[in-house]
Design a protein around this ligand. Structure first.
Ligand code: SAH
Length: 209
């Protein structure tokens, strides 16, 4: 007998998130509710595995723990406007949408942008998420400045144009930085006193193009 998706989600939250220190109740509730299996183009069986998974076009969706860690680090509130770079299948955008006021999700590959849009619509998770086809390394000036930016592909260094679209006081960005095998997930925060950078974890992302 296979375990139902709701039960798999509950186990994911307990064993992969809470046990590793994810404590933000809003993040935990969002990931308990959003049907991750609905975002998987092939083989829903892998939807709750504790590892990254392929989403087509050579891209991968992050391990659930990394999605949770990134979302938690941004300390989102219902009034926040968020830019997501690398929408992929749309799952992470759905999590951000549950936590923030509105999300602009940019995706470079047209087929993935279309898939994200469809997945968000079908699951009813996309009410406050706008998927845009484009190059997110340049950010998205039309809706800047942002309270938060979530970058889901690894950069060689922090793209200046992206950082420049954060609110000068209070804006924060989570971004994987570094070459393959040496990537670190960084949290950058703009404060009245200046900018701080904190290292959150080692990580493994596809490259930002
Ligand atoms: N978080 C996503 C998966 C991200 S995988 C999810 O939940 O599924 C990284 C994504 O970033 C890929 O879809 C890739 O096409 C996209 N990407 C890479 N470089 C990009 C760029 N410059 N602008 C926008 N998207 C980019």
């Amino acid at each position: 007998m296979t375990t139902g998706y709701a039960e798999q989600r509950r186990l994911m939250v307990e064993r992969q998130l809470k046990s590793r220190g994810i404590a933000d109740v809003r993040v935990l509730a969002a990931m308990l509710r959003i049907p991750r299996e609905e975002f998987f183009p092939a083989g829903r069986g892998a939807a709750y595995a504790d590892e990254p998974a392929p989403i087509g076009h050579g891209q991968t969706i992050s391990q659930p723990y990394i999605t949770a860690l990134m979302a938690e680090s941004l300390e989102l509130t219902a009034g926040d406007t968020v830019l997501e770079v690398g929408a992929g299948c749309g799952y992470h955008a759905a999590v951000l949408g549950a936590l923030a006021g509105c999300v602009i999700a940019i995706e470079l590959i047209p087929e993935l942008a279309e898939m994200a849009r469809r997945n968000l619509e079908r699951t009813g998770c996309g009410g406050n998420v706008t998927v845009v086809r484009g190059d997110g390394a340049a950010g998205y000036l039309e809706r800047a400045p942002y309270d938060a930016i979530s970058v889901e592909a690894a950069a060689e260094e922090i793209p200046r144009r992206l950082a420049g679209q954060l609110k000068p006081d209070g804006g924060r960005m989570v971004i994987p930085v570094g070459p393959p095998g040496e990537q670190e997930l960084l949290l950058i925060q703009n404060r009245a006193e200046g900018q701080t950078t904190r290292r959150l974890a080692c990580c493994r992302f596809v490259p930002l193009r």
